[in-house]
Design a protein around this ligand. Structure first.
Ligand SMILES: NC(=O)c1ccc[n+]([C@@H]2O[C@H](COP(=O)([O-])OP(=O)(O)OC[C@H]3O[C@@H](n4cnc5c(N)ncnc54)[C@H](O)[C@@H]3O)[C@@H](O)[C@H]2O)c1
Length: 402
């Protein structure tokens, strides 16, 4: 009997050891690393097609410095300016050029108009061990989001889950960066926000929902799953970027004022009518998803929702949701299985080996590596001109190049 018990305890120990030590090594050392070494993700250009000597590259540190200086010169408290600079520069560093430096002027205008209070600190209105309701007090969206995500992380670490709902917030840039905060601590992060109306579902004459993005991120062993999208075909920032580059937009992104599909970015921006995910035919899916985001962010938090949300340049009371889950409270070995899951996706048979299957989040890592390899971020000429004007206006040190 005692011998049986000993053998069973030893077997259990060996299984646990294999799970904890070997399984992640097998996944991360073999499949994932082979995939990374082969660098199978598609190439991506972060700016204009120029020869190496023509390129003006800006380091991540310098991008952060410039954004920080601009905010401080606009009377934003240093800790809030640091948070804004960290998030905006990270977007460009990860290749999400639509939401980094491109948006700097927009935040400046929101502060100058008094729509955003750069000094406001979020306040907890009520809380239990699992949930919290937060008033963003019309502060910077990034400041509200970091506060709420950290609060959700704290709760999840104690009891397995943290659910934080915020009202009176502002534009919080891209949701994935808040999920990353949770993922760095081995936790699953989920966040979503409502935004100004920009999307009309099939049959509607006017926009009734925003681009309402959401992100879900989970950590693996030396790997991750990080999904982050608007619930429209594309984010508005991609149209702004096309305008900066002077290029057209693909058909299927947006409608013109007459409600017809357009490839003219100016007509699309004038109409402010983006197609929901799924496009003209299956847009009811993106419409449903965008509406669900609004229910969980705007309606739940007591913020504005749907057409109540103010447009650009108007005061906002955005609603946002931050959820953190500690996988340790569920089945063991979450990170190992997540890595295995990703490997199954990446290693599936494909028609063209040059176009392998990516896992959400892969492309941002690829772009980040490209920026590092190139020696800096490449901004469009139009963006550099905007930065030059901002530097003159705010009397801050101009952007320095590598
Ligand atoms: N704060 C706001 O108000 C707001 C509003 C809208 C969008 N946004 C943000 O703008 C950014 C761009 O939005 P978008 O909808 O244009 O996103 P997108 O179409 O660029 O898709 C990005 C997502 O898809 C993944 N992805 C890309 N190619 C892939 C592939 N081949 N296989 C698997 N996954 C792939 C990426 O890893 C990422 O998770 C997002 O970060 C979004 O959250 C912010």
């Amino acid at each position: 009997m005692a011998l049986k018990l000993c053998i069973s305890t030893a077997a259990n120990y060996i299984v646990k050891y294999l799970r904890a030590q070997l399984v992640p090594k097998i996944y991360s050392n073999n499949l994932y690393k082979i995939w990374r070494q082969n660098d199978l993700t598609p190439t991506y250009s972060t700016g204009n097609a120029k020869s190496k000597s023509e390129k003006k590259l800006v380091s991540f540190k310098e991008s952060k410095r410039f954004i920080y200086d601009c905010f401080v010169a606009s009377d934003v408290p240093k800790d809030h300016a640091k948070a804004m600079a960290g998030i905006l520069a990270s977007c460009d560093y990860r290749g999400i050029m639509s939401h980094g430096m491109n948006r700097l002027e927009m935040y400046m205008k929101e502060i100058k108009s008094g729509n955003t209070d750069p000094c406001a600190k979020p306040k907890i209105l009520s809380e239990t061990s699992a949930v919290a309701w937060v008033d963003g007090r019309h502060g910077l969206g990034v400041v509200v989001a970091e506060f709420c995500m950290d609060l959700a992380i704290k709760k999840a670490k104690k009891i397995g889950v943290g659910w934080v709902s915020a009202k009176n917030s502002n534009h919080y840039v891209v949701p994935a960066l808040y999920c990353l905060r949770a993922m760095k601590q081995g936790l699953i992060g989920i966040t979503m926000t409502n935004t100004s109306p920009l999307m009309a579902p099939k049959g509607a004459k006017h926009a009734i929902l925003g681009t309402n993005p959401l992100s879900i991120g989970a950590p693996g062993c030396d790997d991750q799953f990080l999904f982050d999208v608007a619930t429209t075909q594309v984010a508005l920032g991609k149209l702004e970027l096309a305008k900066r580059k002077g290029s057209t937009i693909p058909e299927g992104w947006a409608l013109d004022k007459e409600g017809k599909p357009t490839t003219d970015v100016n007509k699309a921006l004038e109409a402010n009518n983006l197609l929901p995910l799924g496009g003209l035919e299956f847009g009811y899916k993106g419409y449903g998803l965008g509406a669900a985001v609004d229910v969980l962010s705007g309606v739940l938090s007591g913020a504005t929702y749907s057409t109540m949300v103010g447009g650009r340049g108007k005061p906002k009371n955005l609603g946002q949701l931050f959820v953190v889950i500690d996988p340790c409270f569920f089945a063991p070995d979450f990170q190992q299985r997540l890595t295995h899951f990703n490997c199954l996706l990446r290693n599936c048979e494909v028609a063209d080996p040059k176009n392998p299957i990516l896992v959400p989040g892969d492309i941002e890592i690829k772009r980040l590596k490209q920026v590092e390899k190139a020696g800096g971020i490449e901004y469009t000429d139009n963006q550099l001109k905007t930065c030059e004007n901002l530097a003159n206006k705010l009397k801050v040190k101009p952007l320095q190049f590598e």
